[in-house]
Design a protein around this ligand. Structure first.
Ligand code: ADP
Ligand code: MG
Length: 222
């Protein structure tokens, strides 16, 4: 556990645990805001759902810390599925569990390998929820984040730079949901009245990607 990670393989269990810790902290801090966003176009529970899930996930990982990045993702995903009642629990849970399974038991992987695994997870979300880009869901933050991650890595950027680009794209994607009309989930029941509001799930997705960028940056500083 104290082995120095290969700089070419910066994604290890330590990075994923730092990610979880920062993600849980951000979700807790933004919980009220997420539920406020979920008020006009949902049932005002998104912040509470996310907080419950990430508190449980942090506890699960602290109790039995997995020693691979895939193991952390699988445990977090499984915990979200079992503790969150709303649509977001099974969707985020599926994303992380599938990504973790794709990574298998590798102790450390390059950022591009994590990107491929996250792509598998995001594809599974699209399949489970049946949403397409522009439907005003978490995918509208997640898909641009993956594209930015790919672009930055292809351009030769470091893992930290690539995750930072992904975070910016996720944030932009979340803001770009404001003029969209929801076609999936609870917000779709409102039809035209869903226009003019930022999607809560896209907003929490941006928080989660930002936590990954922050985790990678703190890893570099260490
Ligand atoms: P619920 O809608 O059951 O109350 P949450 O409030 O926790 O669950 O989560 C709502 C968010 O889940 C939405 O803002 C949206 O981003 C996301 N979401 C809902 N349905 C789907 C879907 N079919 N595909 C992708 N994301 C979805
Ligand atoms: Mg809700």
């Amino acid at each position: 556990m104290n082995a120095t990670p290969d700089p070419g393989s910066p994604v290890d269990a330590g990075l994923m645990r730092r990610w979880l810790d920062l993600a849980a902290t951000a979700v807790d801090r933004e919980s009220e805001h997420l539920s406020e966003l979920d008020s006009p176009i949902g049932d005002a529970d998104h912040g509470g759902n996310m907080r419950r899930g990430f508190v449980a996930a942090r506890t699960a990982v602290e109790q039995e810390p997995p020693d691979t990045p895939g193991g952390v993702l699988v445990l977090v995903g499984r915990t979200l599925i079992s503790t969150v009642g709303g649509a977001s629990g099974p969707l985020y849970g599926t994303l992380l569990r599938r990504a973790g399974k794709d990574l298998g038991d590798e102790p450390a992987v390059p950022a591009a390998r994590l990107r491929d695994a996250l792509r598998v997870g995001v594809d599974a979300v699209a399949q489970l929820g049946g949403a397409a880009p522009g439907d005003k869901t978490m995918l509208d933050a997640l898909l641009p984040a993956l594209d930015a991650l790919t672009g930055a890595l292809d351009a030769g950027g470091s893992a930290a730079e690539a995750f930072a680009a992904a975070a910016q794209a996720a944030d932009d994607g979340a803001k770009a949901t404001i003029p969209l009309r929801a076609r999936k989930g609870r917000a779709s029941y409102l039809g035209e009245r869903s226009v003019g509001h930022q999607d809560p799930g896209a907003t929490s997705a941006a928080l989660l990607v930002t936590a990954l960028a922050d985790a990678a940056r703190t890893g570099e500083d260490a």
